[in-house]
Design a protein around this ligand. Structure first.
Ligand code: DC
Length: 235
């Protein structure tokens, strides 16, 4: 049977340009942009608000399994078009910006190590990609969530350039933080994402390795769209 949807899976470390590029590619191709990191961030915010210690795996899983907080992603509408890449709802509340703080960033890399947490998000992400064409980004999309994706990309960039990009974003949002702190946090988070036992960030053998150092977002998006056009013509 012909597959009706087209799946682009993108993985890579923090601030490699996955989000902005994926969003642009999705807009150009008319696909849905799916930010799986945002889903994990929303569960992190929920847990932090309740006040559960994130290092306590058992308590975190118990809480999330009991309360089943509802996480939804949608394309920003009306006043939501304020620079965000997607709108994230947590039990109906718009938390699109609340999940972008350094506090949530630190917490999310702890709870994404837990298999029980990953088992809550993976099926949701897969089911989205079954019903529509997607550009989905995260850390385990090419390896676990969509290993059969039509196009698998591992996006990377020099660590200091990534820290500078992230630092600029945080300053623009009014977070008072030094470049050194952003750099240290970023390296720490990458290490945790790459070295965890369950669904670590890795380069799958058939991934296209795309180094975005020195490239513009627009340039990277163009490369990806051209590759998709080539695949669909030849396919
Ligand atoms: O892409 P991001 O920075 O919003 O991701 C937040 C955290 O979640 C980061 O530590 C990596 C982790 N993550 C993951 O483990 N698996 C995914 N599919 C997406 C994100």
């Amino acid at each position: 049977m012909d597959k009706k949807t087209f799946q682009i899976a993108i993985d890579g470390p923090v601030a490699a340009g996955k989000g902005t590029t994926a969003k642009l590619v999705a807009q150009r191709l008319g696909f849905l942009y799916v930010d799986t990191g945002a889903m994990y961030r929303a569960l992190t915010l929920y847990t932090q608000r309740v006040g559960i210690y994130l290092d306590d795996e058992k308590k975190v899983i118990e809480l999330l399994s009991r309360d089943k907080p509802k996480v939804e992603l949608r394309v920003p509408e009306g006043e939501e078009k304020d620079g965000r890449l997607c709108t994230v709802l947590l039990n109906g509340e718009d938390v699109s910006w609340k999940i972008r703080t350094e506090e949530v960033s630190k917490g999310v890399s702890v709870i994404t190590q837990y298999g029980g947490v990953r088992d809550m998000i993976t099926p949701i992400a897969r089911s989205i990609a079954e019903s529509q064409s997607v550009v989905m980004e995260g850390r385990d999309i090419t390896s676990v969530v969509l290993p059969e994706a039509d196009l698998k990309i591992y996006m990377e960039a020099d660590a200091m350039e990534r820290a500078r990009r992230r630092h600029r974003e945080l300053l623009m949002r009014g977070e008072d933080i030094s470049l050194e702190t952003v750099y240290t946090d970023l390296v720490e988070r990458d290490e945790r994402d790459s070295n965890r036992e369950i669904a670590p960030l890795k380069k799958v053998s058939d991934a296209w390795i795309l180094d975005t150092t020195g490239l513009t977002i627009d340039g990277v998006a163009e490369l990806i769209v051209a590759r998709v056009n080539k695949i669909t013509k030849n396919g």
